[in-house]
Ligand binder design. Sequence first.
Ligand code: ZN
Ligand code: ZN
Length: 167
Amino acid sequence: MKIGNVEIGRRLERFQAACRRAGVKLTHQRLEILREIAGSTEHPDAETVYRGVRARVPTVSLDTVYRTLWLLDGLGLITTLGPRRESVRFDPNLEHHHHFLCVQCGQAMDFESPDLNALPIPASVKKIGSVLATHVEVRGLCVACTKETATGRTQAKGRPRRKPSKP
Ligand SMILES: [Zn+2]
Ligand SMILES: [Zn+2]
């Protein structure tokens, strides 16, 4: 799935407006990091964003990418998936949506479902704490991995996207 330039432009404008409101200086590097995450549907981790930005801005550091992504997260402009560790992944899609996580290739794909959006929060959850946001994660084999498995080429593209976290 690819996002259109209109949506990327819309996200970039929202990022820039929010940064101005928050008094965050938009350096060239930050803008390129915004551009990279705004155009992604892959829920990249910081290293993947870093590799993409570095191709255009060779002087950018991984540290700057991390700090900028967490800044955007703090401004409510992106969200994260998974636990807050080094392998955390960033999501520029702020529409209420859900994820299909492929257990083989590690891709997380967005999907929408009014039915899932409307799921009531169980009372058992309310006992644990107050709910800020919900999303459903479906795990399975994506179409491409299903085809590979069917043709017996399970090794061909089984490259995990998530690196194991450092000790
Ligand atoms: Zn897959
Ligand atoms: Zn998503």
